[in-house]
Design a protein around this ligand. Structure first.
Ligand SMILES: NC(=O)c1ccc[n+]([C@@H]2O[C@H](COP(=O)([O-])OP(=O)(O)OC[C@H]3O[C@@H](n4cnc5c(N)ncnc54)[C@H](OP(=O)(O)O)[C@@H]3O)[C@@H](O)[C@H]2O)c1
Length: 342
């Protein structure tokens, strides 16, 4: 096989065109025990990939490094102790750590880093089903985290983004009433397609007034916040008594101090949620994956994907930076040989 292509971050820059370049990599060597070699079909990119390329992620990878923490691909070789039947099968691919390394046409993974998907699940959907959905699922359901109950009101910021749209769909699947906050008419339409019961345009009018009006003055029981800054400020003013604000990310770039006296007086909790430690628990990750696959089969979640070609990766990251992506950004690594549409 000729050399294969990858995107690598070779320098840190606010401009993705400056930070990334195409590199050629040799085909993977024969897999060792417990490993599989995979031809990568699609990779989903999210805000963390952008932050890594800017040097703004909380972990700093050594450069050059290949981004991409979730995708889908076909197993082409297996090492000892891995069932040979896996060869030829399509799997969801996962890679943790800041230098995640999936944005390449062929990759070697530990067998625990590939998860089964159904034959009918399109590539773009499978590639989008890990980071955003596992983050939203774990944040909303762990008893000491969001613990969202049927009938409660869930407020989701950045609700047309990757992680936010997953939270809207899962909130509905868990029986909550979902209020989505987005900017602009196009994203309002996207949030409604994800199933939101009410949508607030952050660019016009007060988020707080709308949420209080939608909840008869009670406020939201659970807030899912991947945005931070002004979103957190608004949440603290429209959180219900005994409400839970889940701090999931800082897409706004603003990290605010939390006034603990306010949390005391209004009886609410502000809870940080980072998915990685939980995702490293292989059994739990697999359990959540199986539940997500089942929710997809029941039509209760439908990842919305914006597809781009391999050569357009820097342009795609720029779109994330410009808040111009709805749902998940998915890179076609096969030049159009996707399995079905999203
Ligand atoms: N806690 C975890 O384990 C975990 C896991 C994955 C991701 N994250 C974090 O979650 C956040 C969202 O990730 P994502 O992949 O869902 O990103 P995304 O698809 O780009 O969505 C982020 C959303 O934030 C909103 N936003 C508000 N201010 C923004 C700004 N200044 N720049 C860009 N977006 C802005 C945008 O919605 P509007 O334009 O509608 O306002 C956008 O749709 C990131 O901070 C990421 O690091 C955390």
């Amino acid at each position: 096989m000729n050399s294969l292509r990858a995107w690598e971050i070779h320098r840190l820059s606010d401009d993705p065109e400056q930070a990334l370049r195409i590199a050629s990599c040799p085909p993977s060597p024969p897999p060792r025990s417990g490993e599989v070699v995979v031809d990568v079909r699609a990779v989903a990119l999210g805000f963390p990939d952008l932050l890594v390329s800017q040097g703004n992620y909380h972990e700093k990878p050594r450069l050059p490094c290949i981004p991409g923490g979730e995708g889908v691909g076909t197993v082409v070789a297996v090492g000892d102790s891995v069932p040979r039947e896996m060869i030829g099968g399509r799997y969801l691919l996962t890679r943790d750590g800041p230098a995640r390394g999936l944005l390449r046409q062929q990759v070697t993974l530990h067998v625990g880093e590939v998860l089964p998907i159904s034959d009918v699940m399109p590539d773009a959907v499978a590639a989008s089903l890990f980071i955003a959905y596992q983050t939203a699922f774990m944040a909303l359901t762990r008893r000491r985290k969001g613990d969202l109950r049927a009938g409660e009101t869930l407020l989701v910021h950045g609700a047309a983004g990757g992680v936010g749209s997953a939270a809207v769909e899962l909130g509905k699947a868990f029986g909550a009433r979902v209020i989505a906050v987005v900017r602009g008419a196009e994203k309002m339409a996207a949030a409604l397609r994800s199933g939101a019961d009410a949508v607030v345009d952050s660019a016009s009018g007060s988020i707080v007034d709308r949420v209080l009006a939608e909840t008869d003055g009670r406020g939201a029981d659970v807030v899912f916040d991947p945005v931070g800054g002004p979103a957190l400020q608004a949440s603290m003013r429209c959180i219900a008594v005994e409400g839970r604000i889940l701090v999931v990310g800082f897409a706004s770039g603003e990290r605010l101090p939390v006034p603990t006296n306010h949390a005391l007086v209004k009886n609410y909790s502000v809870i940080g949620f980072r998915t990685r430690p939980f995702r490293l628990d292989e059994a739990y990750r697999r359990q959540v994956h199986d539940q997500l696959v089942a929710l997809y089969a029941q039509g209760l979640i439908r990842p919305s994907c914006q597809l781009i070609g391999f050569n357009d990766v820097p342009k795609g990251l720029r779109q994330l930076q410009d808040r111009a992506v709805t749902g998940r950004l998915v890179v076609d690594m096969t030049e159009g040989r996707f399995a079905g549409d999203a």
